[in-house]
Design a binder for this molecule. Structure first.
Ligand code: SF4
Ligand code: SF4
Length: 131
């Protein structure tokens, strides 16, 4: 199918989110869904970010707050376990970091160019002033 820009569709055009038959979509992981080329899932917004979240699984308690609050459905959770971030669709808003309740936080924001391994190695210690 041809890839059109948002302003190239005719007025009244019907855009389908999926190609073919759709079954049990709520229980189908995003990477296994048959999104159509018109669906925004097929577009990456990674280059919109100036900061990115980095996930440190050592402190995560799988509370799922980040998954609930992310406005871009970019937290990847399987079987109620936080497993990572969809960096093609994360816009770097930082909301997941704000809502993460652990001490130290299990998600922190860094410049887009930051090296993940280096940042994980220098992760902040527990703040003793907090519970
Ligand atoms: S930075 Fe924003 S868009 Fe990215 S994963 Fe966190 S809440 Fe979602
Ligand atoms: S909000 Fe923090 S502790 Fe909760 S699942 Fe997300 S990363 Fe883990």
């Amino acid at each position: 199918m041809q890839n059109n820009g948002w302003d190239e569709f005719e007025i009244g055009a019907m855009l389908r989110s999926f190609d073919g038959e759709v079954k049990d979509i709520a229980t189908t992981p995003q990477e296994d869904r048959n999104y159509s080329s018109n669906n925004s899932f097929t577009a990456s917004v990674a280059d919109w970010r100036i900061e990115k979240p980095i996930f440190n699984k050592d402190y995560c308690i799988d509370c799922q707050f980040c998954w609930i609050y992310c406005p871009d459905i970019s937290i990847i959770s399987r079987d109620k376990k936080m497993i990572g971030i969809d960096m093609d669709h994360c816009k770097g808003c930082g909301i997941c970091v704000e809502v993460c309740p652990t001490n130290p936080k299990s998600l922190l924001m860094f410049p887009e160019q930051a090296d993940e391994e280096a940042e994980l190695a220098g992760w902040p210690e527990k703040d003793k002033g907090e519970k």
